[in-house]
Each structure stands twice: as structure tokens, then as C-alpha cells.
Design a binder for this molecule. Structure first.
Ligand SMILES: [Zn+2]
Ligand SMILES: [Zn+2]
Length: 659
């Protein structure tokens, strides 16, 4: 066997090197000291591995640096080890369990019935910092599985023993251990070369958890932490967390008086006057958009006999998620509140004969829906049991799919941009288990691709992620804090037309199957309101603000004119309020700002004199005093729904198409 091996690098070059060289040495000698310093781990033939391992055969090698997501994950994983070692230095009777990497950080679960106090957490943080500063190497060893069981038994680590026994039962003969600072853990790796390579660790908080997530098993203490490449990154992250906390829609919903919950109706929202206004504005805007795009808004029953759910398949697969209702005549729970609109739309379509000429037929419904989510998962507006969607179904010929999907992607683009929501698009293709033949899927995926390509937007492909009944396009939006939300969807359905025996009469005068598109843009209104509250931090644009303007006076002397202003604004359709409290002007303006009202309309002696108001924007900008008519014009212009099409009227003037 030759002493030389060949290592292929990502740029395609091949280096010849000595067999058995440590990866760290290879990187330093053959690639360069800069990359060697930045490296936290490596990938050999695509598999993540420690830099301390050796290269023993021809292979491809990729260096994982701290600056990549993968590198950051290795850093956070290593941080979890450091935290566990710090905990056991300070609390030797705490037992370790597992410590995975999660979004933005990691956690480690300990069996420690006494529980960790905030003071404990401070001590652990100090110990963690010490272990990082002392820069211990992570050392790997591979030992027979029985030896590992004995080792952890001897240490009194019952949970680790259980984990290793499971590995043994799965056929593992050897397991790898990692040591640093005299502390040992079972782990696959890889880790950074030494504890000093984890630049900054911050312990966040402690929460309760159960061993293996099972409430019947021992309760554990979960320490959450985060780790970053630099102090600056940590500070930015903490700032984002603080912003998110301030913007939490549950908190703002209370402060801005938008909605409430009551234990008598878990997962169902009470919308206040302001919240109802917001909800209605969004609903009306969506209505206008779809009505301007060839949809019919229809209403279908809320309560259906199980016969419908048997056809749709929900009775078999989705029953636990439906609220069943007792039928007093049969004495059975034969009825259910609808969890979605699709089946009722299909019934509606099937009730009439349709010619190929009238397709696409588009139904839109914003009815109340109910889904029985477990009570433990309910929270805020994002996890509810009662909600409404901008739910539409489009019945069309296969040759119309590309055109229709192009219309939809254009509509969705206009909507999201109007809210300042950036988005990514994903095409999900045929899954393993599916109906239809390959030719059908080729056509279906092809027509979605064609529509996306025509729009000129880049999109990701999720291979095999489509539903069994058709491929789909998903939209993931990013809010102002950079968080992602799964929102719109365009879903082709080849199964429902079969189940519901949907047909249209073709040019040949014979019945044909249409295709169904399920589509939503906002998705659940409840969830969309939550996203918007956090996205805007409660400061809605004028067109959405539940209160657009509040009239405030310098003193009581101006109240008669202020009342006239207020009433004329209301009469003009402006959502206005009048602050009649005898407070100082500054306090009244501050309160309007806290309520995030877009305009405070200041009325003093000068304004009374000139029969004007002096508007002040939420941001603090003072506008010139103006007449009520001029003010109404400004407010109405800003009240226009931004995603409704600008249409050129017959006289050539641009006007907004708003019925
Ligand atoms: Zn590890
Ligand atoms: Zn549907």
C-alpha cells in the first residue's frame, strides 16, 4: 500500500499527501494557515468529522469554517458539551441526558430534582466562561459499547446508560466518547478542536422538560443557551429577541386593545371594536381583490353531515381534528363543524352543469372554520381552534393551469409587496405515495414550473414534498424582524374531482374531469393579523389602522371646534377619535403615539381661528395646518388598499379599482 493518498478539494484540485495525516495538519500545510485558523471541523466524503481525525485513504475534503451555518452548528453543539461539563463541576449529583442544537442555540437536559435557580444559572455561566478561557482540547475515543455502558454505570449516569443500551439494541458495537477538561460525554461529534474555539456562550433560561418528552417519565431541567461567533453577533441576537418580545402580538394585542381570550372558549378569539375593524378591513380588502379577479364569493353551511366527510376522506383521516356535533334525531354525533371549505365548494360546483367555456370557475369563502387543536398547543392568534381563511377553489381545465397560476402568483406578489413582506417561493413535487401516473405529474409540475418561470422569480424545489393528490407552490414570507412564516399556497388537486365526481362538458359534448386548485394568500386571518401586528410593531399603515386619526386639543376652550372636526371626519368615513380628557397636550399626544394612531390632529386657538387642524404623524413629523376637506383628502388617499390594481379609467385618468 502506497504511503501517499489523494485528497480532492471543493475547487476540483487534488492534493497528494501522506497517509494518516491529521486533517488539521493537512489543512494548514496543503491549503493555508488562514483557513486552518478559521476551520472548526471538516467534511470527508460528505461526512462531518473532527479536525483531529486522520486521512487514511483517497477522499474528498471540505473545510467547515465558523462563518458557515454548518460551522455555527458545530460551535453550538460544542457549547452544549461545555455547559454540561460546567453544570457537573458545580452540581456533581446532576445527571446528564441529551443536549441538541436548536434554532439560534442549543439546550441541555439534566436530571436534577432540586431545580436550577437564576443564581445557579449565573454560577454556571461563570464556570462556562472559565472552561472556554482555559481552552481544553476535545478528545475523541472509540470504545466497545459494553465498556461504555460500564463506564457510565460507574459514574451513576442512568440516562446515558439507557441511551447506550438502545444503541446496542440497534446493533451498534462501538460508540464514540468525547472528553474535554476531564469530563466525558457520549457523542457522534464532530466538535471544534478546543473549548476556546467557542467564542461566546450565553445561558438564556431554564425550563421544565420530560425524559424522552414523556410526561410519565422523570422531569428534567432544560438549560437553554446560545452561542455565536462574536460578541457583536450575540448582542444583535439579544436585540432581535428583545424586539420580538416588544412586538409579541399577544402583548401588543392587549396594549392596543385588539383582542382577548376567555377560558370558556379556548382557542377562539374575542375581537374588540378595534380588532374587529382590523379584521374586517383585511377581509374586505381580500374580497375586493378576488371580486376584481373573476371570483364569486359564496357562503356554504358551517355544519355538515358526516356523509360529506366520508366522501372527502376527512371522516377517516381527520376526525380527531373536527368538532363533532350531536344530532338529536339520530342520537349520534353525525355532524361536524367544517374544518375547511373545500368539500362544500365541491358540492356547490357539482350541483350545476358546467361547460368548458365557463371555466375557470372560482369560488371564494371567508367563513368561520373550526379545527380541534389540543388545548396544550393553543396560544395567541397563531394557534387557535376557530378561524377564517381567504379560502378559494378554482375549477379549471388542465390546459388552463399555467395561465391561472400565473394570475395567482402575480396577485400574491402584489399582496405581499403591499405589506412590505419579502417572500421565497417553493415548488413541491411528486411524493413517493401518490395518485395518478407519471404523465399526469409531468404535466402538473410542468405547468406550475412554466408559470413560475414566466414570472421571472427564482424559486426553490422541494423534491417529493407535494401532496399525494398533486404538486403545490408554497410561499414563505419574511417579516421586518427577518423571521419566516409559511403563508400562501397554490395546490393542484387531481383527487377531489374523482371523489366528488366533478365534471364539465367539453367541446366534444362529453363529460371531462376538471382540476381543482386550492389557494390561500393570507391563510388564516387570525394568524395573518398576528404576523402583521409583529411586522408593523402595532403601527399599522393608515389603510389598516383601526383608528386613523385622533383629535387632541390644547385646552378645553377648543373643544367645540374639535367636536366639529371629529364629526366631519366620521361623516367622511375616516376612523377617528376625539380625546376630550382634560390632560395636557403633551400627554394626549403621547397617548395617541402609544396607541400607534397614525395621525394626532392638534387643535389650538390658531386652528379654531382659521378653522383648520394641525396634523402630527406618528413618527413625530408636524404637517402644515389644513382645512378639514384637505385633511380628509389626505387620509382617504392613504386609506386606499395598496394591492388593488391601478386601472386606467376611460377618460385616461388613473384611478384605483375599488367598488
Ligand atoms: Zn457532541
Ligand atoms: Zn381547499
Amino acid at each position: 500500500m502506497s504511503d501517499q493518498i489523494h485528497v480532492r478539494l471543493p475547487d476540483g484540485s487534488v492534493k497528494s499527501t501522506r497517509r494518516g495525516i491529521r486533517i488539521a495538519d493537512f489543512v494548514r500545510e496543503e491549503i493555508g494557515p488562514g483557513l486552518a485558523r478559521a476551520a472548526v471541523a471538516a467534511k470527508v466524503d460528505g461526512k462531518q468529522i473532527d479536525l483531529s481525525r486522520t486521512l487514511d485513504r483517497d477522499a474528498s475534503l471540505e473545510v467547515i469554517t465558523a462563518s458557515t451555518d454548518e460551522g455555527l452548528e458545530v460551535i453550538r453543539h460544542s457549547a452544549a458539551h461545555i455547559v454540561a461539563s460546567a453544570v457537573q463541576r458545580l452540581y456533581p449529583d446532576a445527571q446528564v441526558t441529551i443536549g441538541p442544537v436548536v434554532e439560534d442555540g442549543f439546550y441541555y437536559d439534566f436530571y436534577y430534582p432540586k431545580g436550577f435557580t437564576p443564581e445557579d444559572l449565573e454560577k454556571i455561566q461563570a464556570e462556562v466562561d472559565r472552561i472556554v478561557a482555559e481552552d481544553y482540547p476535545f478528545e475523541r475515543s472509540l470504545i466497545p459499547v459494553d465498556e461504555a455502558i460500564e463506564l457510565f454505570k460507574g459514574m451513576g449516569e442512568d440516562f446515558k446508560v439507557e441511551i447506550i443500551e438502545d444503541l446496542k439494541a440497534q446493533g451498534e458495537t462501538h460508540v464514540s466518547l468525547y472528553r474535554h477538561a476531564g469530563w466525558v460525554d457520549l457523542c457522534r461529534g464532530p466538535h471544534v478542536p478546543s473549548t476556546g474555539k467557542v467564542p461566546v456562550i450565553r445561558l438564556m433560561h431554564v425550563a421544565g422538560a420530560y425524559w424522552r418528552g414523556d410526561a410519565k417519565k422523570p422531569q428534567l431541567q432544560r438549560i437553554y443557551g446560545t452561542a455565536w461567533r462574536t460578541k457583536k453577533e450575540l448582542e444583535d441576537y439579544l436585540h432581535r429577541l428583545e424586539e420580538a418580545r416588544k412586538r409579541d402580538h399577544r402583548k401588543l394585542g392587549r396594549e392596543l386593545d385588539l383582542f382577548m381570550f376567555h377560558p370558556y372558549a379556548p382557542g377562539a378569539v374575542f375581537w374588540t371594536g378595534k380588532g374587529t375593524t382590523l379584521y374586517r378591513l383585511l377581509g374586505d380588502a381580500m374580497r375586493k381583490l378576488v371580486l376584481a379577479n373573476g371570483y364569486q364569493e359564496i357562503k356554504t353551511p358551517l355544519l355538515f353531515n358526516k356523509a360529506l366527510w366520508e366522501i372527502s376522506g376527512h371522516w377517516g383521516k381527520y376526525k380527531e381534528n373536527m368538532f363533532l356535533v350531536l344530532d338529536s334525531e339520530s342520537g349520534q354525533h353525525d355532524f361536524s363543524l367544517k374544518p375547511m371549505n373545500c368539500p362544500s365548494h365541491h358540492l356547490f360546483y357539482a350541483a350545476k352543469r358546467h361547460s368548458y367555456r365557463e371555466l375557470p370557475v372560482r369560488y371564494h369563502t371567508q367563513d368561520v372554520l373550526h379545527r380541534n387543536e389540543p388545548s396544550g398547543t393553543l396560544g395567541g392568534l397563531t394557534r387557535v381552534r376557530q378561524f377564517a381563511q381567504d379560502d378559494a377553489h378554482i375549477y379549471l381545465r388542465e390546459d388552463q393551469i399555467t395561465d391561472e397560476v400565473s394570475r395567482l402568483t402575480e396577485m400574491i406578489d402584489r399582496c405581499y409587496r403591499a405589506f412590505g413582506l419579502e417572500y421565497s417561493v417553493y415548488l413541491s413535487t411528486r411524493p413517493e405515495n401518490r395518485i395518478g401516473d407519471d404523465a399526469m405529474w409531468d404535466r402538473a409540475e410542468g405547468s406550475l414550473k412554466k408559470a413560475l418561470d414566466a414570472l421571472g422569480i427564482s424559486y426553490g424545489i422541494k423534491e417529493g414534498d407535494g401532496a399525494f393528490y398533486g404538486p403545490k407552490i408554497d410561499y414563505e414570507v419574511r417579516d421586518s424582524l427577518g423571521r419566516s412564516w409559511q403563508l400562501g399556497t397554490i395546490q393542484l388537486d387531481y383527487a377531489a374531482p374523482e371523489r366528488f365526481d366533478l365534471t364539465y362538458v367539453g367541446e366534444d359534448n362529453r363529460p371531462h374531469r376538471p382540476v381543482v386548485i386550492h389557494r390561500a394568500i393570507f391563510g388564516s386571518f387570525e394568524r395573518f393579523v398576528a404576523i402583521l401586528i409583529e411586522h408593523y410593531a402595532g403601527a399599522f399603515p393608515v389603510w389598516l389602522a383601526p383608528v386613523q386619526a385622533r383629535v387632541v386639543t390644547v385646552s378645553d376652550r377648543q373643544l367645540p371646534w374639535a367636536r366639529e372636526v371629529y364629526e366631519r371626519l366620521l361623516a367622511a368615513g375616516i376612523r377617528a377619535e376625539l380625546d376630550e380628557r382634560p390632560d395636557k397636550l403633551g400627554a394626549k399626544i403621547r397617548d395617541a403615539q402609544l396607541q400607534k394612531i397614525p395621525y394626532a390632529l392638534v387643535v389650538g386657538d390658531r386652528e379654531v381661528e382659521s378653522r383648520t387642524v394641525a396634523p402630527r404623524r406618528l413618527g413625530g413629523e408636524n404637517l402644515e395646518a389644513r382645512s378639514i376637506d384637505a385633511l380628509v383628502e389626505t387620509l382617504l388617499a392613504e386609506s386606499r388598499i395598496p394591492f388593488l390594481e391601478e386601472r386606467v379609467a376611460a377618460n385616461g385618468a388613473v384611478r384605483q379599482a375599488q367598488p
